[in-house]
Design a protein around this ligand. Structure first.
Ligand SMILES: *Cc1c(COP(=O)(O)O)cnc(C)c1O
Length: 356
């Protein structure tokens, strides 16, 4: 038998979360963001479960081509565009829509001979200062793409730095609107947070990622409250038990010391499975649906948990690390990170089981 850990991916929850996105932005088309192997859920299966989306957005040529070879006909958006001149023939061959965000990319496109026309996105830096053109260069980029005989439709896009935070979107939205005001064309601005909180950002295409996977983009509102359902549930089993007396210590660095008699269980999951190593004592876990807490340091392959109040816990008892019944957002918050990182960090050694 393999180690008992596994990640279950629920296709109906993905479809449900997509319908939540559609209801929140009824007039926009939806790019389902499936970068990073669909946030760790498995690209091909996730894309299939999200077949009601209008297109898929990702980063890697390799992943985009994998979807095309699976028969996906919908538009595919490459969020960082292309990297080298050698990539351009692949855009044409696989009908991929690049985001164009540097003058270097424009120069490459101008020198290339495209066998067939493609669409492109022009990325505007509206204040995040990561990717995109601003001020005069927006105009240069726009004119170059419009003047290119093999570029069909040009969509204007930007990305928000703090749609989930206190700054919101107002300043970036105003800057984007003023920079692009003279340009006619479709627009795409909203990630999950903007989609859910700022209808004025919906425009023509929205780009939800994390919400499709059933997690909340907000620290102050949970996924349940947003009507989202968890897609990935990471489960394992108890593989050993220890009885501790007061003063006995647990794990690497003796990171926990019992103050009274207690029973702990060892579960088959560790940081090499993608569980956050920095999750402190007290991070929640479910033992056959009952909440308890981790004890001591997370090690590579094992974590200890408190089962003192759970006398039925025994070897083989199922344990949920995150997912149904325990949100990845809550576990991430305890570990000082985001659900994004937990989901994307699921290790390749964890078997993935798809369920309807
Ligand atoms: C990742 C990404 C998204 C999706 O963001 P979420 O916060 O997961 O909804 C949207 N747009 C761009 C450009 C991205 O890189």
């Amino acid at each position: 038998m393999p180690r008992p850990i596994q990640a279950t991916i629920k296709a109906s929850a993905l479809a449900h979360n997509l319908s939540v996105a559609r209801k929140a932005a009824p007039d926009a088309k939806v790019w389902a963001v499936v970068k990073a192997n669909a946030y760790g859920h498995g690209l091909v299966a996730a894309a299939r479960a999200l077949e009601q989306a209008d297109g898929y957005a990702m980063l890697d040529f390799e992943e985009a081509i994998r979807l095309r070879l699976q028969g996906v006909k919908k538009p595919i958006l490459l969020l960082e565009g292309f990297f080298k001149a050698q990539d351009v023939p692949l855009l044409v061959e696989y009908d991929l829509t690049p985001v164009v965000h540097t003058l270097e990319q424009i120069e490459i496109l101008e020198k290339a001979t495209l066998a067939k026309p493609i669409d492109a996105y022009l990325k505007v830096n509206s204040g995040m200062n990561r990717l995109g053109f601003t001020v005069d260069n927006v105009r240069i980029g726009w004119n170059a793409l419009h003047g290119h005989e093999k570029i069909r439709e040009v969509t204007l896009m930007t990305h928000f730095a703090d749609a989930d935070g206190v700054s919101g979107v107002a300043d970036q939205l105003e800057w984007f609107n003023s920079l692009t005001q003279p340009m006619q064309g479709p627009r795409s601005l909203a990630n999950s947070a903007a989609l859910l909180r700022f209808p004025q950002t919906h425009a023509d295409w929205v780009r939800p990622g994390i919400m499709l996977y059933g997690c909340s983009p907000f620290a102050d509102q949970d996924a349940d409250d947003l009507g989202l359902k968890p897609v990935m549930t990471l489960t394992t089993e108890i593989i050993a038990l220890q009885n501790l007396q007061a003063g006995e210590r647990v794990g690497y660095g003796f990171g926990f010391e019992a103050t009274e008699e207690m029973t702990i269980a060892v579960i088959a999951c560790g940081y090499a499975d993608g569980y956050p190593r920095l999750a402190p004592t007290g991070t929640p876990v479910l033992v056959r649906g009952e909440r308890t807490r981790t004890i001591g340091r997370v090690s590579m392959d094992m974590i200890c948990i408190d089962v003192t109040a759970l006398p039925e816990a025994y070897i083989g008892t199922p344990v949920t690390l995150w997912g149904e019944g325990l949100s990845a957002d809550e576990v991430a918050a305890s570990a000082g990170t985001l659900s994004y990182e937990l989901l994307c960090g699921l290790a390749a050694r964890v078997p993935v089981v798809e369920v309807p």
